[in-house]
Write a protein that binds this ligand. Structure first.
Ligand SMILES: Cc1ncc(COP(=O)(O)O)c(C=O)c1O
Length: 379
């Protein structure tokens, strides 16, 4: 099976795990974290060109920590797309706030700025743009909207480590940016994450939130939880950081080759290919096509899996607002919540038409030919 994503664990990662075990360093409850957590933070800081990085134990925890550090609380509304992994919305609920869903655009599936403007109310406290598939959101336009209303931007960059917007790393535009190192991501520690910020006082707060609100010991000053990244996970992630550029290069090479191989079916308008622009450069976390015709996608996905063992995958169907829990809570919510789930036509369209194809670094050129031939055969 050619899987949609696969962690690339080498000898260096294994050696670093053994070193951590030899040091008896499983985790650290120190305010600044253990040695390997600090090394990982410093490598990310250099790579992203950001002042502060606070490693966290997952992308979900990173989003929750960011919302808590931004003082988002009960009664606040947070604007976010429904076309995302459910963690984005769940962390808003866990922080006590109300998620308000915004539609996405149909060309790169990131937040639609005109719908965003329409959904701002007096209660809007934060916007969480998601750089879905590694496609950067329209950060200039979002920043313009947020600036006028003094709303915090917390980027969900869980899928976009290495993607850039006007040559600047995604995750570094808002007051905070959140990353995930889950096993499928471009850089992994199995489970893991980070929040990045250029604001020193927010970074201090994040370190407290990650560690039960403590500073010097049992002196809880604000609400926090145990969101610490274990040293063993940091050992893997910091070793992966050394190979990050190479891994992203291989993704790019594979994306470009796949585009060449399937451009004929795109030229006759049967599928829409993912396209970078000058200002938006992708990390190619996912290579996501869309079928122009209705009711084709699911059969094609099944055929590719059964006939050719290709793990083409749908991200996301259903979108968050159509999951049972969100249907239940949004249906009985405030009028702004109800209106935020009724008119999401592009989200509904995308959830029924997109399909992501494998291009991770371990897919060989022969593997890509298999993917392309399988797709064309199924069409
Ligand atoms: C867009 C998005 N947000 C949030 C998350 C949550 O990250 P994690 O799985 O590390 O908790 C993920 C990844 O799984 C994601 O893809």
């Amino acid at each position: 099976m050619i899987l949609i994503n696969k962690p690339w664990i080498g000898e260096d990662e294994k050696r670093e795990i053994i070193n951590a075990l030899d040091d008896n360093a499983l985790t650290s409850a120190a305010k600044n974290g253990g040695k390997r957590v600090r090394e990982l933070e410093s490598l990310l800081q250099d790579y992203l060109n950001v002042k502060n990085v606070v490693a966290i134990n997952s992308g979900t925890s990173a989003l929750l920590a960011a919302l808590l550090a931004a003082d988002v609380r009960t009664g606040d509304e947070v604007l976010l797309p429904s076309f995302t992994f459910v963690a984005t919305a769940n962390s808003v609920i866990a922080a006590g706030a109300k998620p308000i869903f915004v539609d996405v655009n149909k060309h790169d599936y990131t937040i639609d700025v005109s719908d965003l403007k329409a959904k701002i109310t007096k209660k809007t406290r934060a916007i969480v743009p998601v750089h879905l598939y590694g496609h950067p959101s329209d950060m200039d336009e979002i920043a313009e909207v947020a600036k006028r209303q003094s709303i915090s931007i917390i980027e969900d960059a869980c899928q976009s480590l290495g993607s850039t917007y006007h040559n600047k790393q995604t995750g570094t535009f808002g007051i905070m940016g959140c990353f995930s190192f889950y096993a499928s991501k471009v850089l992994t520690s199995g489970e893991g994450g980070a929040v990045v910020t250029n604001d020193d006082s927010i970074a201090e707060k994040l370190k407290m939130v990650r560690n039960h609100g403590m500073v010097e010991g049992y002196d809880t000053r604000i609400l926090g939880l145990n969101l610490r990244l274990p040293e063993l996970s940091a050992a893997i992630a910091k070793t992966q950081m050394v190979r990050l550029r190479e891994m992203l290069e291989l993704r790019r090479r594979n994306a470009e080759m796949l585009t060449r191989l399937i451009s004929d079916v795109a030229n006759d308008n049967r599928i829409i290919l993912p396209r970078e622009s000058q200002s938006k450069r992708f990390n190619w976390y996912l290579y996501t096509i869309a079928f122009t015709k209705d009711n084709l996608r699911d059969n094609i996905q099944k055929k590719m899996a059964l006939n050719d063992k290709i793990g083409a995958t749908v991200y996301y169907d259903p979108p968050v607002h159509r999951t049972p829990y969100y249907e239940r809570i949004m249906g009985s919510g405030t009028s702004s919540q109800r209106s935020s789930v009724m008119g999401l036509p592009n989200t509904d369209w995308a959830s029924k038409h997109v399909l992501s194809l494998p291009i991770h670094p371990l897919v060989t050129p022969e593997g890509l030919e298999r993917v392309a031939n399988s797709l064309k055969g199924a069409i």
